[in-house]
Design a protein around this ligand. Structure first.
Ligand code: UD1
Ligand code: UDP
Length: 368
């Protein structure tokens, strides 16, 4: 009898990071893999699943415009209950720290289904930063059977919380599997030298704790940078969350050096990272991918659960303060030697084989 494993995806980053796991597990003859989409993100999740050729077996179609955390959680718990009741899987996998993941972990607990947490053990230690992700992942860790930690420091965080060492598997981050696979599909020339003489800064931002005044500071810093650097263009694929989108278009929509656009599909976004001179972002995934592509990232957050690239000196935390963002970005624009120190092509988050390690662990565990 095959073992039934349900792989859950809800948002864009979960789809990117679970795609290699789903593809790898589908090669296993002992496993019956089903994909459950909560569609916490509708368009952005679909974009990714289409690229990776994954069609969900079930789709809960949860997303509502400008959804609240409470309504999202309530709907997820209720819908997941029905699915797990009907399917009775041998294991469930989900990735990261979204509300989908926290709800999946809790629902598995209610149904006594073993839950595997992909990208386990990331922590800032501050439950309000990032909000609500830090608490989502703490809850997921408390409930998981398998903890697929991307790095040694994520494993150390889990050990500190009393997770038994035998339940933690250091795998690398599956985002590097997805990234390497994508880069292979569409090789680009190294683009840190822009032959047109213009330099592109790629921007993404979506964190709830940055809504309001911090996000406005980020926008003011972007405007200052283009006004003082006529050779610099901004490419900013805007997150569809109305709290971000409306403000971004209001504050940045008119400047000729700033191009705002819809979220890019993953392949063009990887190309954009390759072509960027510099990246300004509060994204988790981008902090992991950009160092592997030798691109400096200024992280628009005061803390990060991904300290490895900061320690390596290839990513810098700049927060949302206008002066700090402008100073750090200007130094990277003005000082080629400093730029080369940061754009070194270090990949502390994985070697592209994370999904393989996850598949092997599940086989050993579920077939023993
Ligand atoms: C969510 C996750 C966050 C993750 C981020 C990745 C939670 C609470 N937040 O934040 O951890 O880092 O995704 O992007 O789990 N929307 C669309 N189309 C889409 C996606 C979103 O229109 O394809 C709009 C909708 O109005 C939706 C809103 O964005 O209600 C917010 O989506 P939600 O998933 O609640 O929060 P994010 O800010 O996207
Ligand atoms: N990404 C994308 N298109 C975009 C912006 C980002 O495909 O327009 C990818 C990016 O490469 C990364 C992931 O989306 O893999 C990050 O998603 P997001 O920033 O929404 O979430 P986070 O990683 O912060 O949870």
């Amino acid at each position: 009898m095959k073992k039934k494993i349900i792989c859950v995806v809800g948002t864009r980053p979960e789809a990117i990071k679970m795609a290699p796991v789903i593809q790898r597990l589908r090669q296993e003859s002992w496993a019956d893999i089903q994909v459950l989409a909560t569609a916490q993100h509708r368009q952005m999740m679909d974009q990714v699943l289409t690229l990776f050729g994954i069609t969900p077996d079930r789709d809960l179609n949860i997303m509502q415009p400008n959804q609240t955390l409470s309504s999202l959680t309530a709907k997820l718990i209720s819908e997941l209950d029905t699915v797990f009741q009907q399917e009775r899987p041998d294991a469930v996998l989900a990735q990261g720290d979204t509300t989908t993941v926290m709800s999946v972990a809790l629902s598995c607990f209610y149904h006594h289904i073993p839950f595997g947490h992909v990208e386990a053990g990331l922590r800032t230690g501050d439950i309000w930063n990032p909000f609500p992700e830090e608490m989502n992942r703490v809850v997921a860790s408390r409930l998981a059977k398998w903890h697929f930690a991307p790095t040694g420091s994520a494993k150390a965080n889990l050990l500190r919380e009393g997770i038994p060492e035998s339940d933690i598997i250091v795998t690398g981050n599956t985002v590097i599997d997805a990234l390497l696979d994508t880069v292979k599909k569409n090789p680009q020339p190294p683009a840190d030298q822009d032959t047109s003489g213009r330099r592109m800064i790629l921007v993404t931002s979506h964190r709830r704790e940055n809504f309001g005044q911090p996000f406005e500071e980020i926008c003011r810093a972007i405007l200052h940078l283009v006004r003082h650097n006529p050779d610099v263009d901004i490419l900013y694929p805007v997150h569809p969350n109305p709290n971000v989108k409306d403000k971004a278009y209001e504050l940045l929509g008119q400047h000729p050096q700033i191009r705002l656009c819809e979220p890019l599909e993953y392949l063009p976004f990887v190309n954009a990272m390759q072509q960027a001179y510099l990246i300004l972002s509060d994204s988790g995934g981008v902090q992991e991918e950009a160092p592997a592509l030798a691109k400096p990232v200024l992280v628009l957050r005061s803390e990060t659960e991904r300290p490895e690239a900061v320690t390596e000196g290839v990513v810098k935390l700049v927060g949302t303060d206008f002066d700090t963002i402008v100073r750090e970005a200007q130094q990277l624009l003005d000082d080629p030697q400093y730029y080369r120190q940061i754009a070194r092509g270090v990949s502390p988050y994985g070697d592209g084989l994370a999904s393989d390690r996850i598949a092997r662990t599940l086989k050993n565990s579920l077939l023993s």
